[in-house]
Design a protein around this ligand. Sequence first.
Ligand code: ANZ
Ligand code: ZN
Length: 805
Amino acid sequence: MAKDYNHLAIEKKWQKLWEKKKIFRAKDFSKNKKFYSLIEFPYPSGEGLHVGHIRSNTAMDIISRKRRSEGYNVLYPIGWDAFGLPTENYAIKTGTPPAVVTKRNTDNFRRQLKALGFSFDWEREVNTTDPKYYKWTQWIFLQLLKKDLAYKAKITINWCPKDKIGLANEEVIDGCCERCGTMVEKREKEQWMLRITKYADRLDKDLDTVDYLEKIKIQQRNWIGKSQGSEIVFQIVLDDFTNVGNVKVFTTRPDTLFGATYVVLAPDHEWVLSKVQDDSKTLINKDEILRYIEEVKNKTEMERTAEGKVKTGVALLGVKAVNPATNEKIPIFIADYVLSTYGTGAIMAVPAHDERDFEFARKYKLPIKEVIAGGNGISAFIEEGNLINSGKFTSFTSSEAKKAITEFVNGKIVTKYKLRDWVFSRQRYWGEPIPVVYCDTCGVVPLPEKELPLILPKIAKYEPTDNGESPLSSISKWVNTKCPKCKGKAKRETDTMPNWAGSSWYFLRYIDPKNTKKLADFKKLKYWTPVDWYNGGMEHTTLHLLYSRFWNKFLYDIGAVSKSEPYKRRTSHGLILAKGGEKMSKSKGNVVNPDEIVKYYGADTLRTYEMFMGPFSEAIAWNEDNIFGVRRFIERVWRFSEKVDKNVKPSQKFEVVLHRTIKKVSEDIESMSFNTAVSAMMILLNEMEKLEKVSKKDFELFLKILNPFAPHITEELWQILGNKSFLALEKWPKADKKKMRELEVNIVIQINGKVRAQMMIETGAKEEDVVERAQKLEDVEKWLIGKEVRKAIYVKNKLLNLVVF
Ligand code: ANZ
Ligand code: ZN
């Protein structure tokens, strides 16, 4: 077997055989336990597979392969999240239709993924741009519409002037477009919205029922932003107490009401807008107020609420608010740090106990009144505690006072969420058409389900229009249609869906990808869901994860799926950076091409390297030298196989290391500590290399644990050893506890409590033997001269203390 290690031939050979024998096909229904493992399906970009994809894919491939060996019926599927801007922008630049570009890119991705030996079930491939797929995305939209969870609203959207596209809040990073970095503008537009806020409470609460990494749960919870508080009404009055309005504030600290020394309204608060527009003289400084409102319009929410930013605001002259607890008149301001989109768009300001209010009060010389004991007068004391200066509530604790004071002023205890409804319209071409028409007589009419899919028409020009409409709006043949209700003239919706749509339910389609009657058969859904283990990027924690949980819950509510939570477990991987720690990008020319690595070093080396490069959850920089090191390890495994001997007896000493490694690798895979699993196998190989010969049985055990990492070379060696089966289908080895025990241990020997010597003994040796042998040691003997051993205290396998007089 002195053949050279030819990774190219070996890898191709096994990929073909696995495919031919369909050994990674998931079986719908089986008496074996099911295991559904999932990775985020890739966007098939023109750049091809990124080495970052390979990190997550390999990790879940290792877990999937281990589960198969453990007897599970495993579903590990793959597909394409193929709608989206880069493809469309490429089409604009080159005139190539997006469908053609998508086909080319997916073909390339498929080839690349296959060359890495992932154990995907390729028969279940899905593609979000396939009409057979998006028929069901459109169907889900129609169901949402039916339940009033989809609606149109005129809203101010974030508008990217470069991409000419409306962005969801989540797609705006530091005031700029997430995709291209251009400063985002505000525009008023009618948009389709999804009422995800209706699900806010369940999306928060049900996180208790799933096994997500704690940091993921925290991010989801922060994004949903559940907060318990009170709504309290303040009267707005003139100097002589004439009432000119009421304003409701939202506060999480009603216990501090006696310390509310002014009120702040959002600049675009309804009452303010109505008063600056009417011709009453209620507000004295209308001009100043109007100027401030305009100024704030151009600031993003992020800029407005950033910590430490200098607070600005304008007092509303001519009116005052009445603190309902003290009946004192207090000033009213508008200020940008209060948002109209949260709570009630108005706050009671308690500068003694809130930092933002404190800063603001100092700047505008407003009274600061302490109502919770414990402050130092230098900064806001934000903790809860015991009340002071609060009338009959003085000496109440904060939690008692919250309820009592709310009742006292006829307030209401309420729950608020930071989560906003989901802006679902995009004015672009390459997305799912929204299946509704506008009829002069009937208004918004959904397409009948039997007319789905509503196919995206072929067009000649992909440029978005400058007035912000989708390019679809210029194809009159498509736009002008008949109303399904009255058969009169109607126009189609030309907005398309965002690419979060197709990715919100793809994991359901894998279960039954060819079903033409339903998005997936209910019995199959019942068998396969929930996804047992989903790994993906931290960048998808707030958007994709929340959106897909929302859709799944909705589908559960209408009886289309069987479980209310889609994913049982969620983990995440760190990014792979370029050498030196920079982000890999085409413009920097530091992108690593996996094709080249596979060609020069092999898929097994690349997979093992990516698992070995560092802790899985942390970002890590690419390092070519280390790939070389891993390649050497793989080659040594190959060469070592020559030392395998059917007739040689297992070495007891080696088996200790072997079985300990089996245990470690098994556990490390479960905790995603892939790097330490690989290094344990490297240590094991070192030990093996010290042997003259290794028994076939022991070497096979080694191959079994290395197989999920380096599946090709291990299959080849397994076959060379004379096996006819696929190693991938062999049973996962169990570490043998008996064999794991050390044969010998070092024990410490004390005389009257002082350490005097050490000694190697066989593990589990009898106490009498140990005492007898210890007394014969030179270092012990000299302490015993003329003395007598009165007592021996023995701690098994660790320590012997001789008490002598
Ligand atoms: C009085 C108060 C006193 C407050 C105190 C806090 C501390 P979370 O936990 O984020 O829900 N607030 C309410 N609506 C707001 C809006 N639209 N824009 C900006 N701030 C707003 O925070 C709720 C608290 O944030 C509320 O409780 C309110 O300030 C402020 F010692 O009311 B608090
Ligand atoms: Zn009609």
